[in-house]
Design a protein around this ligand. Structure first.
Ligand SMILES: Cc1ncc(COP(=O)(O)O)c(C=O)c1O
Length: 405
């Protein structure tokens, strides 16, 4: 993305020309950014047995899954639906790893029938898996009392977290595995999301590996995802070179002590796709009260819920006039909820009705968390690759979805 003639451009295509063709609200993704992000992890982790499993929950548009596959990536899937999306995008069972809390027996059966490795999240899951598929291989998702993340709702480790088998239950987990002849070949941990401090990952990895020595049959350790991006203009990006060196050093040391080389899995979601996505929306109304100027748009938290749900910061710019006279405004959506705010008291180029606003870094947990709330259709999605735009998800007509709203 860049600015030319005071307008926002995506790989040579202006926001104005894109919305002339595709209308707003519109998610625009840049393929090149996904490739850049993927390579910055893949090239900086030199430990030779590293596998990247893209957390497809971040954005499972088939065109995006295809880019990940072409890059040599694999998939982390949270449900049967995500596994089916991965199959449709050409991934094979051996390239998919499944992790789900509260999974139903029917879904575990589907995972087993399709020969997919699972990170089991509870003692009950081990019991069910063992009953359905004795003498097989499993991985355990552990909660080692380490949590991190830019908001409590995206912190997935620690005492308050619902995820994983708590460290205090490891003995019971091993006992259950023995009862059903299950081989524990993997250990998994995902501490949380949007973490930009590499030291936090280092601490979590060392803690998992300390436990790993108690498991003699390991084929892999899985450090999860959580790699953050600089949403705010003054935020520093994650240093992937230092992170990669850290993983390599920690793993080389571990394998020496463990006596064999095992795989390392990481499951980045946000890091690969967040910065590739921009939500373009039109200014539909502007009104002031004594304390604020509200800029209303034709999108809302039905299309991008992160700001409302996590108070997440997203940079907002005026794509029609990037520079110009500034104004402090509050950018809101058109949903009938007070939480429907994208940016509060933010300084942007003075918006006018009909201007295009860009809500940045919305490629992860954007469209994928969208809903039909207030009976409004979801945005269309466009992928820009090599200077060409391709519609990768159509906007449906409201008449077509009346039974779903
Ligand atoms: C098990 C697991 N792995 C990976 C991820 C991806 O996290 P992120 O998008 O922060 O990399 C998640 C996110 O919820 C997760 O639950």
């Amino acid at each position: 993305m860049n600015v030319k003639n005071n307008q926002l451009y995506f790989d040579g295509l202006s926001a104005e020309e894109l919305i002339k063709k595709y209308k707003t609200p519109l998610y625009v993704y840049e393929a090149e950014v996904i490739r850049r992000q993927y390579n910055s992890l893949a090239k900086n982790i030199s430990y030779p047995h590293t596998k990247i499993h893209y957390a497809a929950k971040a954005n499972a548009n088939p065109a995006i899954l295809k880019i990940i596959r072409q890059l040599g990536g694999n998939i982390e899937a949270v449900s049967k639906g995500k596994i089916l999306s991965a199959f449709k995008a050409g991934f094979k069972p051996g390239q998919i790893i499944y992790t789900c809390n509260g999974a139903e027996e029917e879904e575990l059966r589907f995972v087993i029938d399709n020969d997919i490795t699972a990170n089991l999240d509870s003692l009950n899951q081990i019991e069910t898996w063992g009953r359905l598929n004795p003498n097989s291989s499993i991985s355990l998702r552990l909660n080692l009392d380490i949590g991190a993340g830019s908001h409590i709702y995206i912190t997935t480790g620690g005492r308050r977290s619902k995820f994983g088998i708590h460290i205090s239950k490891i003995k019971e987990a091993k006992k259950l595995a023995k009862k059903y002849g299950l081989r524990i070949v993997g250990l998994h941990q995902h501490i949380g999301s949007d973490v930009v401090d590499g030291k936090v990952f280092g601490k979590a990895m060392r803690t998992l590996l300390k436990i790993a020595s108690q498991f003699p049959e390991l084929e892999f350790v899985n450090f999860g995802g959580g790699f953050g991006i600089p949403y705010k203009p003054d935020q520093k990006p994650l240093d992937t070179k230092t992170l990669g060196d850290q993983i390599t050093k920690i793993m080389n040391q571990f394998t020496k002590e463990y006596g064999k080389e095992i795989n390392v899995i990481i499951e980045p979601g946000r890091y690969l796709v967040a910065q590739a996505g921009t939500l373009l929306t039109s200014v539909t109304d502007i009104k002031s009260n004594p304390s604020r100027t509200f800029v209303s748009t034709n999108t809302g938290f039905n299309h991008m819920i992160r700001s409302a749900m996590y108070f997440a910061y997203h940079n907002v710019t005026n794509a029609s006039r990037v520079e110009g006279k500034k104004k402090t405004v509050t950018v809101v959506g058109n949903i009938c909820e007070s939480a429907d705010i994208f940016a509060q008291d933010r300084v942007i180029t003075n918006p006018k009705k009909g201007d295009i606003l860009a809500i940045h870094d919305t490629g992860a947990y954007g469209y994928t968390m969208s809903s039909l709330y207030n009976a409004r259709v979801k945005p269309a999605e466009v992928l820009i690759d090599n200077g060409k735009a391709k519609l990768i998800r159509e906007r449906l007509n409201i008449e077509n979805i009346l039974d779903s709203i």
